[in-house]
Design a protein around this ligand. Sequence first.
Ligand SMILES: Nc1ncnc2c1ncn2[C@@H]1O[C@H](COP(=O)(O)OP(=O)(O)O)[C@@H](O)[C@H]1O
Ligand SMILES: O=P([O-])([O-])O[C@@H]1[C@@H](O)[C@H](O)[C@@H](O)[C@H](O)[C@@H]1O
Length: 402
Amino acid sequence: MAPSPAAAMPLAAEPDDPEVVEVEIEEEEERGVKKGGGVAELEVEGLVVGSYCHDVLLRGGRVVGETLGGAAAFVSNVLDAASPAGASLAVVSKVGHDFAYATAAAPARHRPVLCASPTTSFHARFSDDAASAHAPDRQLRRVHACDPIYPADLPDRHFAYGLAVGVAGEVLPETLERMIRLCRAVLVDAQAMIRAFDGDAKGGGAVRHVALEATPYARLLPRVAFLKASSEEAPYVGVETARRRCCVIVTEGRDGCRLYWDGGEARVAPFPAVQVDPTGAGDSFLAGFASGLLWGLSATDAALLGNFFGAAAVSQVGVPTFDPKMLQAVKQILEKAIKRPCTHLNGNTFTFQRSNIHDELHKSLQEAAMLVCEQKQVNSPATYNVLALVHPGHFRIRLIPG
Ligand SMILES: Nc1ncnc2c1ncn2[C@@H]1O[C@H](COP(=O)(O)OP(=O)(O)O)[C@@H](O)[C@H]1O
Ligand SMILES: O=P([O-])([O-])O[C@@H]1[C@@H](O)[C@H](O)[C@@H](O)[C@H](O)[C@@H]1O
């Protein structure tokens, strides 16, 4: 189906909601929007909700790496790097006193809330067989579960946009509902809603998926702007039903992604990457996509930025470090392509159409993606046998020599 030229998406909160009117007034005052024709310098604050975790990567029964994980870690890494000037972030994340990445030189970027229970942790077991773009490449087991994030844990102020990015069931339905009230547009990762765990007393157990429709999150979908799912999660989301309530984005690994909305769909092409660790690709995609919206791109164009950061994520183990030259190149490309950033998340609608700059944007970002590949090849010592190839020595990650 060809993308519709001008589909529109309502805001997360209802337009006649008194809270929305209040938000608009407050936002205008806070941002110092110049009235009477002056150029507006917009300040946009986003809210990320989901806990950091410890990831243990295993291959052939051996631990090959231990890294900072949790979608909030990957998401804030990309949003901090790629958002336009004037955009800031609040992150609500919970960890235990055992959290291993609070004091390292390259820590979790935003301070988490400390709890008595241990930090959420996952074991990711990678198979030696080459996975297809649509097949699971790892088996996840939750080993510990930290406390859930309650509505009262969210800051008591309004945000331009919010990302619900739980990994272990920590974003409760009532917490998502509160996010929807606080944020003008909410983007949700399906993994925050459809994961179930074959539990033991400490919260350990294999990760399973349940049908979204059977969860208490389903009724909130009409008030969500974008729902992202991997191809593995898509059957549990029920794309045909969900797309009538919000825009659904299905990521397809090295094949890029597809957007489905009520009345249209679009495929967005991927970028080249040498994959060493698939962890965090979906998270980095979602954050790249959100930053594309912040730059003022249509959803289909913003998905290019999602694919770009998804590809960058798989090129490194754990939360990636971005080459400043690459980031500068990306921002220059966006500044050149877009005359006025920060419009869509503050406006009344999202647009979906593939713009006339789409192909040019893809081509320019492809050149920046080559910088990521080149940087990887220069930095990679052949001393660590990690997941697929090798990875630059990095103090945020403990790699186990092969
Ligand atoms: N091998 C790859 N090469 C290029 N891009 C990739 C690769 N793997 C993932 N990506 C990018 O990251 C996005 C998310 O990856 P995917 O594997 O679908 O999600 P998840 O990590 O949730 O399983 C993809 O849509 C794509 O843009
Ligand atoms: O790889 P991805 O699907 O984008 O997201 C991953 C989660 O599925 C996983 O539970 C978590 O431990 C990782 O750190 C990462 O957040």
